[in-house]
Design a protein. Structure first.
Length: 250
């Protein structure tokens, strides 16, 4: 079984969502996690998760969206957490790549959502861009578990993270020819800490690089991991399935 642990196929760029979902199933993807990044997208994700039993739901406020948030206590998020079948809070975290002018707000909502994860006993799905050290300082002893989605840090940091039980999300970037560091991370880090994802519609793997990504392409990530580690595709699928079960309970 192939699992796409991170996708956003409610995106308007998908003109035929049914077809995208069917294509995923036809390519061996049997479970998918649809991820919100603000109130509106989380509600769209919720609709998809309600419609398909193999689509699981994560909801949260992304660091790049925090300035438009009006409710410091995230009432809309707790409303969903109270009522719906959510398997994780995400994607949440820190992003210093686009804008460094509101780091305090980013940290406020990141910590706030970690508190919610603790309260609801849920793992977290972390988005980090150019903010690895601050992210690590916040999560290292935070008391919840989770995954660093689309991991893009160093091998040394990867070792620190898995030592503390964090999982690393591996996506399309690992298939890029020049992605030396992430290939090294995949080679050196135990498969027990890696999970597969696409981040659709972004970051389509080779041979679809530059196109609209979709969950069906998780298979390219799986086969790249197998080839880097010198093991079979089946071994990768089985271990990732186990990891996903451990982390998300699905
Ligand atoms: Ni994402």
């Amino acid at each position: 079984m192939i699992i796409d642990t991170h996708m956003h196929i409610y995106d308007d760029r998908y003109l035929d969502k049914e077809k995208v979902i069917q294509n995923a199933l036809d390519n061996g993807v049997e479970k998918m996690i649809v991820i919100g990044y603000d109130k509106e997208s989380s509600l769209k994700a919720l609709e998809l998760a309600k419609k398909y039993d193999f689509i699981y739901l994560a909801v949260g406020l992304h660091p790049s969206e925090v300035l438009k948030e009006e409710d410091k206590d995230l009432g809309w998020l707790t409303d969903i957490l109270d009522k719906e079948k959510v398997i994780a809070i995400g994607e949440i975290g820190l992003d210093y790549y686009w804008d460094k002018s509101f780091i305090d707000e980013q940290k406020h909502y990141f910590k706030k959502q970690i508190e919610l994860a603790k309260k609801y006993n849920l793992p977290i799905i972390i988005h980090n861009r150019d903010a690895m050290q601050d992210t690590f300082d916040i999560i290292k002893d935070c008391g919840v578990r989770g995954v660093l989605h689309c991991y893009g840090g160093s091998l040394e940091m990867a070792r620190e993270l898995v030592k503390k039980g964090w999982y690393l999300g591996i996506g399309g970037v690992v298939t890029f020819k020049n992605a030396r560091i992430i290939k090294e991370v995949v080679k050196e880090i135990d498969l027990r800490y890696l999970i597969t994802e696409t981040d659709s519609p972004y970051l389509a793997p080779t041979p679809h690089r530059g196109e609209l990504n979709e969950p069906a392409y998780t298979k390219y990530v799986v086969s790249e991991i197998a080839s880097i580690k010198g093991i079979t595709i089946d071994e990768v699928e089985k271990q990732v399935e186990e990891n996903v079960k451990n982390l998300f309970g699905i």
